[in-house]
Design a binder for this molecule. Structure first.
Ligand code: AMP
Ligand code: MG
Length: 520
């Protein structure tokens, strides 16, 4: 197995001088060296061949013992020094102090085809940042991260990727519902991949400690490797950097809103400095369209991270990043301008995204109203978001009377669609039809365009759970089936039509399907 190792993070940034793997506060360092735990009996469950190719591995490599050993943490690749990153963060709106990679261990960075990749193992044992945790991950949450991060990539949503999913052979004790019923589960290790795993929280850590020297060094490093187009490290560059991070964060969240993804734990330690979706924990997919929905039972009371609040939280998190970067600029105004622009940009980008979902190319002054009226309709009764938008592309201009019928399959209870509800829907289709008359696209052209932004297949919560239930019994076929299905989420796949269906009734209140905790 040949890898073009090009480490920069642990070579150019200050490391913790303490080499003991003991839990502690780490100062003046971006990372601590730590060895992954050697698993008792690793077994490869799945590998993303596409990701493997991107880092320069071929089919033969994937079958090698080296691959199994390196990506399970059993063996260290020569001339590399694994490490855990130090970061802090705001969790659920409160300052949480030092957090860090408590169960992620970075192996190395690779350069392939002029692209830089950092590889890290999630669930490979304790680190100085593990706090009360064991540094391990269970199979269920590892399957969820593995499948979803690759699915998001194929949906065109900026995200960290996944290379491999392995069993560790070790049992892990978890209290899944935090109700005092702890039990042993199978341990697993996912190898995650991204250009870098640096988060907002890495900057917050130094800022909170007034360690401007290291704050600057980390920022300069980030710009040098990941935003080189911004130029030399000067005050103006830091402002441009913040602007770019704000843009990318907003774009990522607009994508989430488009496909109905709810992250579930948008703490600042889970916000990538590259605007990538990162840390797949108790995430979920909207089934019935509901701004108030969150999959995370830990957030059930306040619903801070509910679907409709994600754009606001993006802004709140960016404010924390602005505070962290402030010492490098010492002028609040440019930050304020950028944060104000985020709100304005959100309005524009959100409307554009909705227009694309509806197949509207031109702009019209009544479009905002058309969207809010549609949202009102979608909230009238349980309506499946994915199915609704996909079926809407079958709509033919001049047939508003047939509109509701076309999207019938999206309604969870068809019986609800009568009287005023039906009238409201009919009214909306009438306006939609009038709006479509302004457009030049034919029905067919519009359908093609709509089907590129409205996925047919997403990783519904119950689908991941079915794959988990099978995997628990040692059957990994469904993991593979879903992995392949989700490689082409926008394509018609007649043989897979069964996955283009509403959530089955049994999954409505099942743990793992609609309810997830942070326990993983
Ligand atoms: P999360 O909410 O999953 O992003 O995690 C928040 C913090 O807790 C991060 O610093 C994680 O590294 C840490 N953490 C989560 N689970 C574990 C675990 N099992 N062992 C050690 N640290 C953990
Ligand atoms: Mg995290």
């Amino acid at each position: 197995m040949k890898l073009n190792i090009k480490d920069t993070f642990n070579k150019e940034l200050p490391s913790d001088t303490n080499l003991d793997n003991t839990r502690r506060q780490v100062f003046k360092a971006t990372h601590s060296y730590v060895m992954p735990k050697v698993p008792s009996g690793s077994k490869l469950i799945h590998v993303s061949k596409e990701m493997a190719k991107s880092i320069g591995l071929n089919e033969k490599d994937l079958k090698s013992t080296d691959f199994l050993n390196v990506f399970s943490g059993a063996k260290i690749q020569p001339k590399t020094k694994p490490y855990a990153m130090a970061y802090a963060g705001h969790q659920f709106g409160n300052w949480a102090g030092q957090l860090g990679d408590g169960r992620a261990i970075n192996l190395f960075e690779i350069e392939h085809n002029k692209k830089r990749w950092a590889l890290q193992l999630k669930g490979a044992g304790e680190t100085p940042y593990s706090r009360q945790g064991d540094g391990l991950a269970v199979l269920r949450s590892s399957i969820r991260e593995y499948l979803c991060s690759e699915a998001m990539h194929h949906l065109g949503v900026p995200t960290t990727r996944a290379l491999s999913l392995m069993l560790s052979g070790d049992d892990v004790l978890r209290d899944m519902l935090y109700d005092g019923n702890a039990d042993y589960e199978k341990g697993a290790i996912v190898c995650r991949v991204a250009a870098t795993f640096i988060r907002f929280g890495n900057f917050e850590l130094f800022a909170a400690r007034k360690d401007v020297k290291n704050l600057k060094q980390l920022t300069d490093y980030t710009i040098k490797y990941f935003y080189p187009e911004l130029g030399k490290p000067l005050k103006d560059t830091y402002i441009k950097f913040f602007k770019e991070v704000a843009n990318r964060t907003l774009d990522m969240i607009i994508h989430w809103q488009r496909v109905g993804f709810v992250h579930g734990v948008m703490n600042t330690d889970n916000m990538s400095i590259l605007g990538l979706t990162i840390d797949y924990g108790p995430y979920g997919w909207l089934e019935d369209f509901d701004f108030g929905w969150t999959p995370n039972t830990t957030d059930r009371q306040n619903k801070r991270y509910r679907y409709g609040n994600q754009p606001n939280i993006g802004l709140w998190n960016l404010l924390q990043l602005a505070n962290a970067l402030y010492p490098l600029v010492e002028d609040p105004e440019p930050f304020e301008t950028i944060l104000n622009d985020y709100q304005k940009d959100f309005e524009v980008k959100s409307l554009n995204m909705m227009c694309a979902k509806l197949g509207l190319k031109l702009q019209d002054e009544n479009d905002s109203k058309l969207m809010t009226d549609l949202e009102d309709c979608l909230l009238l009764s349980e309506t499946d978001m994915t199915i609704f938008f996909r079926l809407l592309s079958d709509y033919k201009k001049g047939n508003s009377e047939l509109g509701v019928e076309i999207v019938n399959d999206a309604f969870y209870k068809l019986d609800d669609i009568k009287n005023e509800v039906l009238e409201q829907w009919k009214g909306w289709f009438k306006t939609y039809d009038q709006r479509l008359q302004l457009e030049e696209l034919t029905d067919q052209q519009r359908q093609v365009k709509m089907n590129l932004v409205n996925p047919k297949y997403v990783l519904r919560n119950y689908m991941a759970q079915l794959a988990i239930d099978d995997a628990d019994k040692g059957d990994y076929n469904l993991i593979n089936e879903l992995f392949e299905l989700l490689k082409q989420p926008y394509s018609e796949q007649p043989e897979n039509e069964k996955w283009f269906a509403k959530r089955p009734d049994w999954a409505r209140h099942k743990v793992g399907c609609s309810m997830l905790s942070c326990s993983s």
